[in-house]
Write a protein that binds this ligand. Structure first.
Ligand code: ATP
Ligand code: MG
Length: 381
């Protein structure tokens, strides 16, 4: 009999009195990701699922908090039975000349220590498959044995995404543009357990329907990890036109960014979220100098998380490739910022000057219209 064996982050098992709620979140997320009615049992840092398939392994590996997934043979806690299961596994994966047995003994009442189990199981393997040799330093294949309520035998593990269970660390608003950075920022925070609601500022008709479709596609890719995603498509044209008509050209970007944040904060309050998340990286563009970030941030009550702030573009691209957002992010549709970019944006805005320039704008009304005009889309895995 086989089962899916899921290992999860030791960080979760170290949560003391809160451990249970983190594990509950993890089990819930694994269940909704793999679907079906599998029974999921937990035992010291492991989940055992009484159902398995390649597809389920792939899906479970994408659940935040999961370190690895494998399909294990369940056998009686008997050396001969464990040995035979190990032999079967090795036979099904030809081409190896050297192996090693690694044992974890969760059941401390089991009469043999983990080294002894490894040695004895190794003995059975050598007897049945004499062409193989033991190499404890650089084995071509490792046979894993875990002794718990029952014994589990497996070779090879699919690496999981890691992190903390999604929704175990509160809720935040992700400012999701069509670019490379913001999906990576969202992924990074979701991986720490932050539940995300996405907000996209759409400048119809200056940005096309295809630009919006691109953001929708990115939100859907993130849904593969989060299971669910709400996306607010916020009409942003009125705000941009008001700025263009009333403010200095070189202050357009910074004032626009201040509005983005304020609108996001209103949506956060409405959704019960407590932080904002952006894809900013220090110095990447004019709006991401320290002075610009200072001015963008100054009126906000909520923390703004910028998980990419200290990262280079090259590293961000790496992650975006790995999580599957890159190909969509580089599609060449304009976003609202590329349509309305001043020729020489201020790189060192001064807060007092920006506030003075903004005074002419009916800020409250503009923000209210944007929030009320938002289209709300929900995506489910
Ligand atoms: P990205 O690659 O994420 O688009 P960027 O390098 O293009 O980022 P900016 O355009 O300055 O940088 O945007 C910085 C951050 O502001 C983005 O990472 C995103 O979080 C947010 N943002 C920018 N434009 C939008 C938009 N149209 N809708 C929602 N959020 C946006
Ligand atoms: Mg962008």
């Amino acid at each position: 009999m086989k089962c899916m064996l899921i290992k999860y982050a030791s960080e979760i098992t170290l949560k003391g009195l809160n451990r249970r709620s983190f594990e509950d979140a993890l089990v819930r997320n694994v269940r909704s990701s793999i679907g079906g009615h599998a029974v999921i049992k937990r035992e010291s840092g492991r989940l055992f699922v009484n159902d398995y398939s390649d597809e389920m392994v792939e899906k479970a590996a994408k659940v935040f908090g999961v370190i690895s997934v494998t399909v294990a043979e369940i056998v009686e806690k008997d050396i001969e039975m464990i040995g035979r299961a190990a032999v079967e596994q090795l036979k099904s994966q030809t081409g190896h000349k050297t192996f090693k047995v690694e044992t974890k003994r969760g059941d401390k009442r089991f009469p043999l220590g983990s080294m002894e189990v490894s040695a004895k199981v190794g003995g059975v393997i050598l007897r049945e498959l004499p062409e193989l040799k033991v190499d404890v330093h650089k084995p071509e294949i490792v046979v894993n044995v875990e002794i718990r309520e029952q014994a589990y035998v497996f070779t090879g593990e699919r690496k999981g995404v890691g992190g903390m269970p999604y929704k175990s660390s509160g809720k935040g608003i992700l400012l999701l543009s069509g670019g490379i950075d913001s999906p990576v920022a969202g992924f990074t925070m979701a991986k720490r357990g932050l539940e995300l609601i996405s907000v996209y500022y759409h400048s119809h008709p200056y940005t096309s329907e295809r630009a919006k479709e691109k953001v929708v596609e990115l939100a859907k890719i993130l849904t593969q990890y989060t299971g669910f995603m709400r996306l607010y498509v916020v009409p942003f044209t009125e705000i941009q036109m008001a700025i263009i008509e009333n403010c200095r050209e070189d202050e357009l970007t910074i004032i626009m960014r201040r509005f983005m944040m304020k609108v996001a904060e209103v949506i956060a309050e409405k959704e019960g979220a407590m932080c904002l998340v952006t894809g900013e990286s220090l110095g990447q563009v004019a709006s991401q100098t320290l002075e610009s970030i200072f001015v963008t941030n100054s009126e906000l009550a909520m923390p703004v998380f910028r998980p990419l702030i200290g990262m280079d573009k090259i590293d961000i691209i790496d992650i975006s490739r790995r999580i599957g957002t890159y190909d969509t992010s580089i599609l060449p549709y304009e976003d609202c910022c590329t349509v309305f970019v001043p020729k020489h944006p201020k790189t060192r805005p001064r807060l007092s000057e920006i506030k003075r320039s903004e005074e002419v704008l009916p800020a409250e009304q503009l923000i209210r219209n944007a929030v009320l005009g938002a289209e709300i889309l929900n995506f489910k895995l």
